[in-house]
Ligand binder design. Structure first.
Ligand code: HEC
Ligand code: HEC
Length: 450
């Protein structure tokens, strides 16, 4: 039996990086939560009034005094800068501050971050000004302090002839990592990846893990109300808050990402109240691991080079509500991983790319296989842009169902193994409408081996 209380006591390892916790940047309007293409930032124009303060101090201090009093302390501060609210690694305001005023000024100027003619329009100020839609009062204060300090200093510094003559050293101040890495480790990118790899299939978990749906689990298998509340890690219609919740509750382990309960339980490597939800080596397993490993690498600062970044999957998929059943499977195929790829008739030929897929273990005892299908399309295709979980489904039409079976359990040995040509078993054509839901599923006969 698990204890209801444990979720509160588990704490993330990466707190000091202050990543997702408390972040409001990634909260998404309820109706937009389904598609990954979102950006939490608001156009700069809307925010002008946020920073209209502070000119007084600048008048009587020298730029050096200002630098020492207000810029250097940022460098020495153990606290994370406001940048970390959106950038999980590679970017920190500290990276833009040198040991001396001259070094800092010369480097920022040569890096194009200071605008000599229009100091208030300096790029470094634009970076600092970038705020999430919903700023917490604390980060708002930090950001304002940083902004006021830099603006006051830059205003004075650009007028100083000695600074103007200062030569930049060899070390360019700025991000410590290549821009591709900076981009990859932005929080909004992380959220996009969470949505694509995990949230897109959260429908497999909501009956027990969403507070909106799991009340009827109370009383089952001895689960109390508290037990059920303790495992309500899904925040309905809010992938950003769900991710926060998973981190806070310790279900994501950034030291050993593949040992996170988020994967070990549903894939059946650890006892799970809900039983195994997807197979080892299946697409879902690969997606979960892709996200978890990438997230851990990001918060642990493991990426230094472009080549280390994981490749983006070429397809995106969402869970439909359409069920596919294959009957008359031989018992000897029990527990083998079976995948279907479904192609649509377009004109006279079958589509080049698959329109749907599904993957799970064969139930040899009952001579069948059944699964809900994922609607799938190449990234950036028109079809992909329209896809929505639980809403998207295969329209009526003619389809070719290609069946692949992992007869030698290759995916169990190597979870990254992709079933391919060698695992092809046979194919079946289907036609007509395909209603969502279990009753009835689309039923096809297991084909003779081709
Ligand atoms: C509200 C979220 C947010 C905050 C806070 C934020 N950034 Fe960014 N940052 C972004 C976004 C979004 C981009 C990508 C902008 C684009 O592609 O035009 C970006 C891009 C960058 C880049 C790469 C520029 C490029 O050409 O891709 C750097 C460097 C950067 N930010 C530095 C900083 C620094 C330094 C801070 C803190 C002073 C900061 N950012 C704070 C959201 C943020
Ligand atoms: C039929 C109900 C059911 C379904 C569906 C289900 N689970 Fe669970 N899950 C449970 C129960 C009950 C527990 C508590 C017992 C335990 O820890 O195994 C649990 C625990 C967990 C935990 C640990 C939670 C915590 O805070 O301790 C994680 C993580 C988890 N499940 C992930 C998933 C994922 C991911 C899915 C979907 C792919 C899923 N579960 C689907 C019933 C379910």
């Amino acid at each position: 039996m698990f204890t209801a209380a444990h979720r509160v006591t588990k704490i993330t390892k990466n707190e000091s990086l202050a990543p997702i916790e408390g972040d409001k940047t990634t909260t998404i309007p309820q109706n937009k939560n389904l598609h990954p293409e979102f950006s939490p930032e608001i156009p700069q124009t809307k925010k002008k009034k946020l920073f209209r303060t502070d000119t007084s101090e600048a008048d009587d201090a020298s730029s050096l005094e200002l630098f020492q009093k207000r810029i250097s302390p940022i460098l020495r501060s153990p606290k994370a800068s406001s940048c970390m609210e959106c950038h999980l690694s590679g970017v920190d305001l500290k990276n833009y501050i040198g040991k001396t005023e001259e070094e800092t000024f010369a480097s920022l100027r040569s890096g194009g971050l200071i605008d000599l003619k229009n100091p208030d329009r300096s790029k470094i100020l634009t970076f600092i000004k970038r705020a999430p839609k919903k700023e917490s009062p604390i980060s708002r204060e930090v950001r304002k302090k940083e902004f006021d300090a830099f603006r006051a200093w830059i205003r004075l510094a650009v007028k100083d002839p000695e600074l103007a003559a200062a030569k930049a050293g060899n070390d360019q101040l700025g991000p410590t990592l290549p821009l591709e890495v900076v981009r990859h480790t932005r929080k909004s990118r992380v959220l996009k990846s969470f949505v694509e790899n995990i949230w897109s299939e959260v429908g497999r978990c909501v009956n027990c893990h969403s507070p909106e749906l799991n009340r009827n689990q109370i009383g089952r298998n001895g689960l109390t109300k508290e037990d059920v509340e303790a495992i309500s890690w899904v925040v309905p219609r809010n992938p950003a808050a769900t991710l926060e919740m998973l981190i806070e509750s310790g279900n994501i382990d950034t030291d050993n990402p593949e040992l996170s309960s988020l994967i070990t339980k549903p894939v059946g490597l650890e006892k799970h109240g809900g039983g195994p939800k997807f197979a080892l080596g299946s697409r879902t397993d690969k997606n979960y691991r892709r996200f978890l490993n990438d997230y851990a690498a990001i918060v642990n600062g493991k990426y230094n080079k472009l080549e280390q970044l994981p490749e983006e999957p070429t397809e995106i998929a969402v869970l439909s509500k359409q069920q596919l059943r294959i009957v008359d499977l031989p018992a000897r195929l029990d527990k083998k991983l079976l995948r279907v790829d479904i192609f649509r008739k377009v004109g006279r030929t079958w589509s080049k790319t698959r329109w749907a897929t599904a993957e799970s273990l064969i139930n040899g005892e009952r001579n069948m296989w059944q699964n809900v299908i994922l609607v799938i399309a190449p990234r950036d295709s028109a079809r992909a842009k329209k896809m929505k979980p639980n809403v998207s489904r295969l329209p009526a039409g003619r389809y070719l169902v290609k069946i692949y079976i992992d007869q030698d359990n290759k995916t169990k040995k190597d979870r990254d193994y992709q079933l391919g040509k060698r695992d092809f078993y046979g194919q079946v054509e289907i036609q007509g409408e395909w209603k969502p839901g279990y009753q009835p599923p689309k039923v096809i006969q297991f084909p003779a081996k081709s």
